[in-house]
Design a protein around this ligand. Structure first.
Ligand code: BJW
Ligand code: ZN
Length: 251
């Protein structure tokens, strides 16, 4: 067990989660860090000197779709080689083995779905790296092929209307899917416990899912390497790696 986490805290967190009839699990990039997926903020969050906030925007795509696709092509190739870790797998087993567990993720890497026995149980707030969307006609499709971002003319194009496709992810300033978001807040209002894993808690509206749950009376358990804005609302805050701590909470 991680040296900075006391067995007493693990036991308290476990008791809160076990005794709750309903639990939502809100995850962020930190849960996939142990699979080798880089997080957004902090060390390793930069790509060729660009901050994610500069590239994950509609304005960046309008200005330089080649550069944005180069970044997404690099990330797709990197994530395609990654596998769910012990935290994804433990959560998937837990959600399958007991009722009332709902996974809500900000991640676009598909690792919760890859680990899940029933992919329908995962709510993906920010879309998927492995889907494209046509800005022209709105068509979406699964997409796993490698991206040739050597020039604008080689970028993926819509076979219906010819427009340059974009990744089907949610960029800054864009609304989240209203059904996915609505369902997430509905679950947050009703849940008896909320487990938050590996998110900096700074990106809205996703971060509010945890505060809505806490305000509605849910027990809040946080797993992270460091304190976040969510920590002050948490009943138990566990400092350490998700792949190490999560299986001890839900295994
Ligand atoms: C570990 C670990 C290990 C590491 N174990 N832990 C209210 C207030 C202020 C601003 C806003 C607001 N409402 C909206 C905004 C604006 C904006 C926003 O939130 N800005 C803030 C940054 C200031 N939000 C939006 O623009 C959203 N849209 C919106 O609100 O639209 C409104 C609207 C309505 C109607 C019409 C039009 C508009 C959209 C947000 C979209 C976010 N998109 C991204 C990119 C997705 C695509 C892609 O991947 O390329 O989503 S940004 C990026 O951040 C990504 C992530 O999902 C998201 C969250 O990041 P996350 O998961 O927290 O990762 P990190 O890296 O930040 O943190 C990792 C954590 O893990 C750290 O804490 C580590 O310590 C920890 N860790 N290793 C455990 N092994
Ligand atoms: Zn189209």
């Amino acid at each position: 067990m991680n040296a900075s986490v006391s067995p007493h805290d693990i036991q308290t967190a476990r008791r809160s989660l076990d005794s709750a009839a309903t639990v939502i699990v809100l995850t962020g990039a930190g849960i996939s860090a142990d699979s080798g997926v880089p997080t957004f903020r902090g060390r390793g969050g930069l790509w060729k000197n660009h901050r994610p906030e500069e590239l994950a925007t509609p304005a960046a795509f309008a200005r330089d779709p080649r550069l944005v696709w180069e970044w997404y092509g690099w990330r797709r190739a990197l994530v395609a080689a990654c596998r769910p870790n012990e935290a994804h797998l433990a959560l998937a087993r837990w959600a399958a083995d007991r009722s009332g567990v709902h996974l809500i993720t900000q991640n676009v890497d598909g690792l919760h779905v890859a680990a899940a026995r029933d992919a329908g149980t995962v709510l993906e707030l920010h879309g998927s790296l492995f889907r494209t969307r046509c800005p022209g006609c709105g068509a979406t499709r699964e997409s796993r092929e490698s991206i040739d971002a050597s020039s604008e003319s080689t970028l993926p194009r819509c076979d219906r209307c010819g427009d340059t496709l974009r990744p089907d992810v949610v960029w800054f300033g864009e609304p989240l899917d209203s059904h996915v978001l609505g369902r997430s807040f509905e679950l947050a209002e009703q849940t008896e416990a909320c487990l938050v894993v590996g998110t900096s808690g700074v990106v809205q509206p996703a971060a509010s899912i945890a505060s809505v749950a806490a305000r509605a009376g849910a027990a809040l358990v946080e797993v992270n390497l460091e304190p976040t804005p969510i920590t002050t609302s948490a009943n138990v805050s566990l400092r350490g790696r998700a792949a190490e701590i999560v299986p001890s909470l839900v295994g």
